[in-house]
Design a protein around this ligand. Structure first.
Ligand code: ARG
Length: 460
């Protein structure tokens, strides 16, 4: 067991199990590259401010470069006894450059160091997530364009409600993923402030230049309050919340794909390379991927609740509880990235069973509202129209036919305002295409949504 950098006031070495329990290196090693970049900026600032000499700075920087290369090449050995990534890097630096390594930690604490590492890590992860979201939006838009005319039933309460275009259905998810993208972009704005230089909690006695380090690390400005700088994890909570919303969107569309690929619905067929079979039932083709994405939503929510709970009772400033902040964020970032990555090609490759969708759209009296609207346009109050159509539906239910199968005399029997032109209104095509106002399911409206979607994608 090597002596800890903080062991000066201790008379006993750390208990072996305590050492393991206390260590975070097995997960915060993910911060390695950011930790080193943060240290490089800090060292440059220390020499610029004449807190260390230029020569010392050069030696430390050279050493840090070597450590960085070792990390990138997978040669760095992570040891539990080093406790965390910050101490592991510093220890290796000392092995390479000697005692001058000890000057790196001047005017800095692990508390501001971990705060800056975490922010840099999240900025990079959010960048990747935004790219996956963009790709997914592109695929959705492309599919909507290809299948623009396909009619399907629209539901409320999972009961047939009104016919819609499948492209309209898909573009609903485009809107959701657009908001997710915007949420992540918003969050990045709050990740623009650099906590490095806040010290342990109260700032530092050295004449440091925090604007310089903030700028070196690509932040807009330094954070303004040292207590807040080391104890703020809002950005992680915001990330976990935004990720939960995004994963929830993926889960909802997954749920629909699972239902739509049953033999009862049979609206879509997922590509064979995105499904698996059963070891006992030869006929089975299971939608494992959407099921897994729906299932993983549980852990993404769990991670969010976990960190909210960790943070809720913490006094200012840093507390070791906060070491528990990283694993939920890592797990959520990994889960969301994988889910987004797999979703785009799954949509791209799925096929639509258009006839079945069309037939289903005609079932369930999906054009009943259109018949009522027709009567309203002829002067009948909506409540009365609703009643008339209700009677017609009951009649059809009894005869096991659709409204559009009713003969004109039969229709007139329900209300003498009905004329021959009624058939121009109660087909599913007419129903869809009459909803032309912005946001409706008519083809022109979906075309407008696609156009706006393209504009959004071209501007991000
Ligand atoms: N490993 C620690 C963490 O992840 C780094 C900060 C430690 N600070 C301290 N005062 N013990 O939170």
């Amino acid at each position: 067991m090597s002596e800890k950098p903080w062991a000066g006031r201790f008379s006993l070495p750390t208990d072996k199990f305590v050492e393991e329990f206390n260590a975070s290196i097995h997960f915060d090693k993910r911060f390695a590259e950011f930790d080193i970049k943060g240290s490089m900026a800090h060292v440059k600032m220390l020499s610029k401010q004449k807190i260390i000499t230029d020569r010392e700075s050069e030696e430390i920087l050279k050493g840090l470069e070597i450590v960085l290369t070792e990390i990138k090449e997978g040669k760095f050995i992570f040891k539990t006894e080093d406790e965390d990534i910050h101490m592991a890097v510093e220890k290796r630096l000392k092995e390479i450059v000697g005692p001058v390594a000890g000057k790196l930690h001047t005017a800095r604490s692990r508390n501001d160091q971990v705060a800056v590492d975490f922010r840099m890590y999240l900025r990079s992860e959010i960048g990747e997530i935004k790219n996956y979201l963009k790709l997914l939006m592109k695929v959705i838009l492309e599919k909507a364009r290809q299948e623009i005319d396909v009619i399907m039933p629209g539901y409320t309460h999972l009961q047939t409600a009104q016919p819609i275009l499948f492209s309209h259905y898909l573009m609903a998810y485009f809107e959701m993923f657009k908001r997710d993208y915007q949420r992540f972009t918003d969050l990045l704005k709050r990740l623009e402030f650099c906590p490095l230089g806040a010290g342990a909690l109260a700032g530092t006695t050295f004449d440091i230049d925090r604007d310089f380090t903030a700028n070196e690390l690509g932040f807009f400005a330094p954070t303004l309050n040292s207590l807040d700088s080391v104890s703020d994890r809002d950005f992680a909570l915001e990330f976990l919340s935004s990720a939960s919303i995004c994963q929830m969107h993926l889960s909802r569309i997954s749920e629909e794909f699972i239902i739509f690929s049953t033999s009862e619905f049979a609206f879509i067929e997922l590509s064979d390379d995105y499904c698996t079979g059963s070891s006992i039932m030869p006929q089975k083709k299971n939608p494992d991927i959407p099921e897994l994405i729906r299932g993983k939503t549980g852990r993404v929510y769990g991670n969010m609740v976990s960190l909210f709970t960790t943070m809720k009772g913490l006094p200012l400033a840093y507390n070791k509880d906060m070491q528990e902040d990283k694993e939920p964020v890592f797990d959520t970032a990994d889960t969301l990235k994988a889910s987004l990555k797999i979703f785009a090609p799954m949509i791209e490759k799925m096929t639509l069973k258009k006839d079945k969708m069309y037939k289903s759209a005609k079932l369930g009296f999906s054009t009943a509202t259109d018949l009522a609207d027709y009567l309203v346009r002829k002067g009948l109050p909506f409540r009365d129209a609703h009643h008339v159509v209700g009677k017609a539906v009951a009649f059809c239910l009894d005869k096991k036919i659709d409204l559009s199968d009713l003969k004109i005399e039969e229709l007139k029997g329900f209300c003498d305002l009905i004329d021959d032109d009624i058939y121009n209104f109660i087909t599913v095509e007419a129903s869809v295409n009459s909803r032309k106002a912005i946001g409706g399911t008519a083809k022109v409206s979906v075309e407008y949504q696609i156009e706006q979607g393209e504009k959004f994608l071209s501007e991000i």
